[in-house]
Design a protein around this ligand. Structure first.
Ligand code: DLZ
Ligand code: SF4
Length: 512
């Protein structure tokens, strides 16, 4: 009988995976491999590697439990070639399999490589669509072909209609597509998120933690304490806790930031969704049910669903439509080297220190910290687009390039020149002050823009506007801001630019 090799990548841990569709207990070998090439193409956070290796090993056990023959290569196994291609080649030689089946990888670099595998291996390599996503790459392409501008909002409405999610008689539930006006509340004093589930380490996770400690000690981030779910069952239990206890408050405090509260009311499921332990349509339907059962209000449920049915699918579509060119875009010509504080968290800016330290500890920070603190700072300080993108890809447990690149390069840095967002998300410290409790305890003075102790965000914001005036002029959504800069008296302008230059000089000395 002909044997086929079914390759399952580390972020493809779903039993419904297209590569496994026709895998059979006899006549199929499922290949999974821990390899240095994937584990070190960026300095992935230790927790990200530990999560993925443990989840991969658990998934392999589940497959074995279902009767499959699984060839699982551990990082330290003798003979491990340390690349996916090498492991496929070795498995073909050892098993005599006559072909390879794989689900398309999430990253362009690997897809590009895989397109050459058939010729290099001399056996058929079938690359199947990843139908865990709700729209295929081709389907998104057809949607985009009909548009002059690719705005997420219209894509999202089409997805709502297509999947009939939160719809009533052809109209959006509640008469509006979007309730974000209700989702921007400032945090009241003492706002605290609920306690999260945490999981005991079994023998598999203990082995993986030891392995990561031994082999990746030079990688970014803290390995312990480690409390991610590592199976679909555990991930589902976390999500169920989110739906019943946390989702009701998610909308209201979606954009709030509180020192010492990295999670607040966020779902924390991106890490599981992006590795395949949870499936998008399941979580969307579960959240929709919570609304219909009166468990959570519409503003929360709609906002949550939009992230998954709209945003997540949209960024993936943008990524595949515009790669590889997309990765090279740098609309503002931003090239300043990434400062050390992004790795250390050592800075007097309390908002930045808090976002980076959360990231070191948890391989997580929430979307407003990513967009409006570390992302906004990178934008207004003109940090290197490549280095910032690599940082986000490395440090977050949920990050794969298909989701990271559009979010960082497009959304946060506006380096795609406005393909995704109609205006740059540049903001002064005032935004951070309104949405957080950071500024009160900060060494810098949020009310000051030009003095020796002024909040760096304030002057860097105006410097960003001034330096990029020509590029921003064509954008009508920036007209008021540009007019504000031009109206400012020259003395104030000079003082702002001087303070911004001082901040950049301090940044270079790792002293900001
Ligand atoms: C991220 C990652 C890591 C750290 N390690 C592995 C690995 O050892 N083996 C593997 O199959 N996949 C790994 N991955 C996930 C891949 O990098 C991911 O499949 C590609 O980036 C495509 O999204
Ligand atoms: Fe951040 Fe400025 Fe507020 Fe300090 S004062 S926390 S640097 S926004």
């Amino acid at each position: 009988m002909m044997t086929l090799l079914h390759l399952v990548l580390g972020d493809q841990l779903s039993h419904s995976l297209s590569a496994l569709r026709d895998a059979k207990p006899q006549g199929s070998v499922v290949l999974m491999a821990e390899v240095m090439a994937e584990a070190s193409y960026v300095s992935h956070h230790k927790k990200k590697i530990a999560f993925l290796f443990s989840a991969m090993r658990h998934f392999a056990e589940e497959l074995r439990g279902r009767g499959f023959s699984v060839r699982y290569v551990r990082l330290n196994d003798p003979g491990n070639s340390q690349s996916l291609f090498g492991e496929v080649e070795r498995a073909l030689a050892d098993t005599g399999a006559s072909g390879v089946v794989v689900t398309e990888p999430g990253e362009y670099r690997l897809m590009d490589e895989m397109r050459g595998w058939q010729a290099r291996l001399g056996v058929p390599v079938e690359i199947r669509d990843d139908d865990r996503f709700l729209i295929s790459r081709a389907g998104f392409g057809r949607w985009a072909d009909r548009r002059r501008e690719l705005r997420m909002e219209y894509f999202y409405r089409d997805m709502r209609r297509h999947f009939s999610v939160l719809m009533r008689d052809g109209e959006p539930e509640g008469g509006q597509w979007n309730f974000d006006k209700e989702n921007r509340k400032s945090p009241p004093k003492g706002l605290k998120g609920p306690r999260r589930l945490s999981w005991r380490h079994d023998a598999i996770t203990r082995d993986v933690l030891d392995l990561v400690e031994a082999r990746f000690s030079d990688h970014f981030g803290q390995l312990r304490p480690f409390h991610f779910a590592v199976t679909a069952e555990q991930a589902e239990a976390e999500f169920e806790q989110f739906v019943t206890e946390i989702l009701p408050s998610f909308g209201d405090w979606q954009d709030a930031m509180v020192a010492g509260e990295p999670y607040l009311f966020h779902s924390m499921i991106a890490v599981y969704l992006n590795a395949g332990l949870l499936l998008p349509l399941d979580v969307i339907r579960r959240a929709e049910r919570a609304y219909h059962e009166g468990v959570a209000p519409l503003n929360a449920v709609e906002g949550f669903i939009r992230q998954i049915l709209g945003w997540r699918e949209y960024v993936r579509g943008v990524y595949w439509r515009f790669m590889p060119d997309y990765a090279g875009r740098n609309a503002f010509g931003a090239h300043r080297p990434l400062p050390a504080l992004y790795w250390s968290g050592n800075t007097k800016m309390r908002c930045m220190a808090s976002a980076v330290r959360d990231t070191i500890e948890h391989a997580y920070s929430h979307h407003i910290q990513r967009l409006m603190v570390t992302g906004n700072f990178a934008l207004i300080a003109g940090l290197s687009v490549d280095e910032v993108c690599e940082w986000y890809l490395a440090v977050y447990a949920d990050a794969y390039e298909w989701v990271e690149l559009p979010n960082t390069l497009g959304m946060a840095l506006h380096a795609d020149g406005g393909l995704m967002a109609s205006k740059p998300y540049a903001a002064s410290g005032k935004y951070i002050d309104r949405m957080s409790n950071f500024c009160g305890g900060c060494s810098y003075d949020i009310k000051d823009s030009t003095g020796g102790n002024a909040c760096p965000f304030n002057s860097l914001y105006w410097r960003f506007i001034a330096v990029n005036e020509d590029k921003l002029r064509g954008n009508h959504r920036m007209a008021n801001i540009l007019a504000g800069w031009r109206r400012m008296n020259e003395g104030k302008q000079t003082a702002l630019l001087n303070r911004a230059d001082d901040c950049l000089a301090l940044l270079e000395k790792d002293a900001l």
